[in-house]
Design a protein around this ligand. Structure first.
Ligand code: PNS
Length: 162
């Protein structure tokens, strides 16, 4: 069975992430969406909330599972027997760091990274921008799946003073 992992912080999952996950699910028999547990960053949503949202928005994709990991991605891949990491590339600006990480991961463990070119419709999109725009009451309804929009609205019910 061909398996891959789509790793990330997913705080929260955006339509851009979902596009990459959907495309990975057409290329691989099983896709594990791996949410990084980052002990030094608290984030807007807890890892459990991020995983719940991911499960909800990938429910229609029969070969996608959601999991979390701590520490190095290559250690997670080794423990789970996953040989390939799938990442989206939004723009040339992503390339330098993504290339470095893929080369480091390959050097550390032989894991391969497959890059998919993000749909240009989402090339400007990131979780951090979604958080910032939503925090100040901006409209992110076209940028995140419906369940994420609902959670953002609830979480940011009381926007900060403008
Ligand atoms: O959504 P993000 O925050 O851009 O995802 C980055 C992520 C989680 C894929 C990356 O930071 C990662 O793999 N972190 C795990 C720690 C690790 O393996 N670091 C060495 C990378 S070469």
């Amino acid at each position: 069975m061909r398996r891959c992992v789509c790793p990330g912080s997913f705080d929260p999952v955006t339509n851009g992430h979902l596009d990459v996950i959907e495309r990975a699910s057409r290329l691989y028999d099983e896709v594990i969406v791996g949410v990084l547990v980052n002990t030094s960053k608290s984030g807007l949503f807890t890892v459990e909330e991020r995983m719940d949202m991911l499960r909800e928005v990938t429910a229609g994709l029969g070969n996608v599972l959601v999991d979390s990991f701590r520490g190095l991605l290559v250690d997670y891949c080794r423990d789970q027997g996953i040989p390939v990491v799938v990442k989206g590339l939004r723009a040339v600006s992503d390339f330098d760091y993504e290339l470095q990480m893929s080369q480091m991961n390959n050097r550390l463990s032989g894991v391969e990274t497959l890059f998919v070119a993000t749909n240009p419709e989402y090339s400007f999109l990131s979780s951090s921008l979604v958080r910032e725009v939503a925090t100040w009451g901006g409209d992110v309804s076209a940028l995140v799946p419906e369940p994420v929009l609902l959670r953002l609205t609830t979480r940011l019910d009381t926007p900060p003073d403008r």
